[in-house]
Design a protein around this ligand. Structure first.
Ligand SMILES: NC(=O)c1ccc[n+]([C@@H]2O[C@H](COP(=O)([O-])OP(=O)(O)OC[C@H]3O[C@@H](n4cnc5c(N)ncnc54)[C@H](O)[C@@H]3O)[C@@H](O)[C@H]2O)c1
Ligand SMILES: [Zn+2]
Ligand SMILES: [Zn+2]
Length: 400
């Protein structure tokens, strides 16, 4: 089959690799029909390179059709249309039963002290072959596959795999709707959806991003948008009686603009030999913290900061004096996908599209053009906001 493989820093390639097979009676195989590129893939593309091996199959936002199931799989059959959550969870352990499948005790990657294994996401999360491929093996298929209807297009359902429940969780953790004003830092795909969800649940939502097309997209969904460079913090405070919003979501993560020193450290660590870089990254602070520190500064006293953005440094400096003095609440974590999807399914199927999932994808490319997709998404060129790769269409022949 064809699959997107990590080959080195800022280098992915589409290769022919062996088809996956059923390995456990609880596995299923799916034929992928759509598979998106996530901001988390960009972290692998550059910063988290030391935790990758050349040839790793990446991708964790897939959906498709069940091809084959293991002997113990009960909830899906070949031919069913399914979405695949990015977290690999058993659905039965103490963590899964408590609504924390992203901490699944059956799949935790104890060697690296990590939570549940993830599809296509580095040694830190189990080095499991990912979903930017023609076929995918899905472990614990009874819990790990979400059957969906057959009438509506893939884009209606695809984001249930990751970014929609991630954004929903971020808004729930932010305390909306009890909290009435919400600022979302970062208007990438996760921030777009978080802002729209916040508004859907009744909050006044401010959205901040340095990229004009991303602000324009949020603005057409009624979000009050601000450019980072133009004193966003002061302006949002003015709109919130000088106090700051009740909650702030950081939908940026470890590669925020505005952290030049950490940016340099990331670049250096990313180019060290892996055996040296890994311990540096596991023990030192190499996160670009500009967005997180803005969130802490911006939120009102007693407010909540909710992190959807992923951070990776083990010793990243935090302004504890301010956090304690402002009496902040901080919530974060990998998304517990299946906990939220039952509530989200009717919203994505609603013809009114209350969360605006129909207005997110800017690029649909053949799987073979994944390197172009990664480059556009990382550089934010050509108005790129969300890329979906389609393994069912052939790439255009090269112009002679
Ligand atoms: N918690 C989870 O389970 C989970 C799931 C999916 C994605 N994520 C994470 O969410 C984050 C966002 O993902 P995405 O797909 O939207 O990626 P993205 O990279 O497209 O979005 C990040 C956005 O932040 C903006 N930005 C950069 N610096 C900023 C700053 N200082 N202030 C405000 N905005 C700034 C960028 O212009 C960009 O639009 C990533 O860190 C990703 O890893 C987490
Ligand atoms: Zn993701
Ligand atoms: Zn579990």
């Amino acid at each position: 089959m064809r699959a997107v493989t990590w080959q080195g820093t800022e280098h992915v390639s589409v290769e022919t690799v062996p088809d996956p097979t059923i390995q456990q009676p609880t596995d299923a195989l799916i034929r992928v029909t759509s598979t998106a590129i996530c901001g988390s893939d960009l972290h692998l593309y550059e910063v988290l390179g030391p935790f990758m091996s050349p040839g790793d199959i990446i991708g964790h936002e897939p959906m498709g059709i069940v091809e084959e199931v293991g002997a113990e799989v009960r909830s899906v059959r070949p031919g069913d249309r399914v979405v695949v959550p990015f977290t690999i969870s058993c659905g039965q352990c103490a963590m899964c039963r408590q609504g924390l499948p992203s901490q699944c005790e059956t799949t935790q990657v104890t060697e690296h002290g990590s939570g549940a294994a993830l599809l296509g996401y580095s040694k830190l999360y189990g080095q499991v072959p990912g979903g930017q491929a023609e076929y995918l093996r899905v472990p614990f298929a009874d819990y790990g596959l979400m059957p969906v209807g057959t009438e509506l297009p893939d884009d209606t359902y695809l984001f249930l795999s990751d970014i929609l429940p991630t954004a929903w969780q971020a808004v729930q953790y932010a305390g909306v709707p009890e909290h009435r004003s919400l600022a979302v830092l970062g208007l990438g795909p996760v921030g777009q959806l978080a802002a729209r969800i916040g508004q859907h649940l009744g909050a006044r939502v401010f959205g901040v991003d340095p990229v004009p097309e991303r602000r324009a997209m949020a603005a057409r969904h009624g979000i009050e948008v601000l450019d980072l460079a133009e004193g966003a913090v002061g302006e949002i405070r003015e709109h919130t009686q000088g106090r700051g919003p009740d909650a702030v979501i950081d939908a940026v993560g470890m590669e925020a603009q505005g952290s030049p020193m950490a940016g340099l450290a990331q670049t250096i660590a990313g180019r060290l030999p892996d055996a040296i870089a890994r311990p540096v990254m596991e023990r030192a602070g190499v996160d670009r913290l500009a967005a997180l520190h803005t969130a802490i500064d911006l939120v009102r006293r007693g407010g909540t900061v909710s992190l959807a953005g992923v951070y990776g440094g083990a010793a990243s400096p935090m302004p504890l004096l301010t956090m304690f003095d402002k009496q902040l609440q901080l919530r974060m974590g990998q998304c517990n996908v299946r906990v939220w999807t039952d509530a989200l399914l009717p919203l994505v199927e609603d013809p009114e599209d209350p969360l605006g999932v129909g207005d997110l994808v800017t690029h649909r490319l053949p799987l073979d053009e994944a390197p172009v997709g990664y480059d556009l998404f990382q550089r934010k060129h050509d108005g790129c906001i969300k890329v979906v790769l389609d393994p069912t269409i052939a790439s255009a022949p090269a112009v002679p």
